[in-house]
Design a protein around this ligand. Structure first.
Ligand code: ATP
Ligand code: ATP
Ligand code: MG
Ligand code: MG
Ligand code: MG
Ligand code: MG
Length: 257
């Protein structure tokens, strides 16, 4: 096709290709979810339906972008780790983050009614998105540790806060005051001593967040000749496990291969 006189404007587009041989992590986060969760009557501190909806949307993303090797989600955020040698969209940052976050957001809306059959979506939610490059396996793992520790700290605080408010009859302000300056051990003590709650008994999905990885499973298929056969199929599985200690990584050498 002949070039028009306007084609030159393309020269103003900037190359935003990310480094080769580097882990790429895209993190998305719900915009203004403090308000979004209130407006949609989320159970505090953890609405399990919402966490399952986040996981479903993340699974959709992993199925559409096959170079993502592991994802980690908690609260209104999700991190997607692309393999070091990922080639998608020539590693162009804007393509990666926009396609990923728009897929995630549309999946969140698409599956909303499956997880919230009785709650009408009040307004269209949005997520922000960024990409960060991590040059070594250790730093990529530390990134995930950072998010899982964040999940733990926030969940412990929120569990205490909402227990004080809902079971202890405190105002939000008083609960906040009561918790200010407390250590993790104080919070365990408070939950157990005053409310008989053992923090360890809380659901793993709340304490650890969600980890999505691919696993090969055997599935039944019908061959073109009409016979039954077994094939290996890669499926995305959802775990709620520790990813800080070595165990998880030793069990899955393919992740950091
Ligand atoms: P920003 O736009 O800066 O991200 P935000 O209001 O989304 O603002 P965050 O720091 O991302 O702030 O916090 C997420 C909010 O959503 C918190 O208030 C958290 O309690 C709430 N939230 C997220 N997931 C759930 C859930 N499953 N159940 C209940 N509340 C949730
Ligand atoms: P890419 O992912 O590279 O953008 P694409 O298939 O979306 O691939 P585009 O160059 O963006 O390719 O072209 C958009 C396509 O969608 C064209 O085939 C165009 O005819 C079609 N399309 C877009 N809007 C309409 C419309 N309103 N009615 C009919 N066809 C449309
Ligand atoms: Mg934020
Ligand atoms: Mg947010
Ligand atoms: Mg957040
Ligand atoms: Mg197009």
């Amino acid at each position: 096709m002949a070039k028009s006189q306007y084609e030159y404007v393309r020269q103003f587009e900037q190359n935003d290709s990310l480094l080769p041989a580097t882990w790429l992590v895209v993190r998305i986060d719900g915009q203004g979810f403090t308000k979004f969760t209130t407006r949609h009557g989320f159970t505090k501190p953890n609405d399990i339906r919402a966490l399952h909806l986040m996981n479903r949307s993340a699974k959709e993303v992993m199925e559409s972008m096959t170079e993502i090797v592991i994802s980690y989600g908690q609260s209104d955020e999700y991190s997607f780790v692309f393999s070091k040698d990922a080639k998608a969209y020539d590693r162009r940052a804007s393509k990666l983050i926009t396609l990923l976050v728009s897929r995630f957001t549309s999946a969140y809306v698409y599956y909303w009614s499956e997880f919230f059959p009785d709650t009408k979506l009040q307004f269209p939610p949005a997520f922000d998105s960024r990409v960060v490059q991590y040059p070594s396996d250790r730093i990529m793992r530390d990134y995930l540790c950072w998010r899982q520790v964040d999940c733990h700290i926030n969940n412990m605080y929120n569990t205490c806060f909402w227990t004080l408010v809902n079971k202890g009859g405190m105002s939000n302000k008083d609960a906040e005051k009561r918790l200010s300056g407390t250590l993790s051990s104080d919070k365990n003590e408070l939950l157990f001593g005053e409310f008989g709650i053992n923090y360890n008994d809380e659901k793993e999905i709340f304490k650890k967040g969600s980890v999505l990885v691919r696993e090969n499973t055997l599935v039944d298929v019908t061959t073109p000749e009409g016979k039954c056969a077994k094939r290996t199929k890669s499926t995305v599985v959802i775990l709620h496990c520790d990813i800080i200690r070595d165990q998880f990584w030793n069990d899955r050498p393919e992740l950091t291969r």
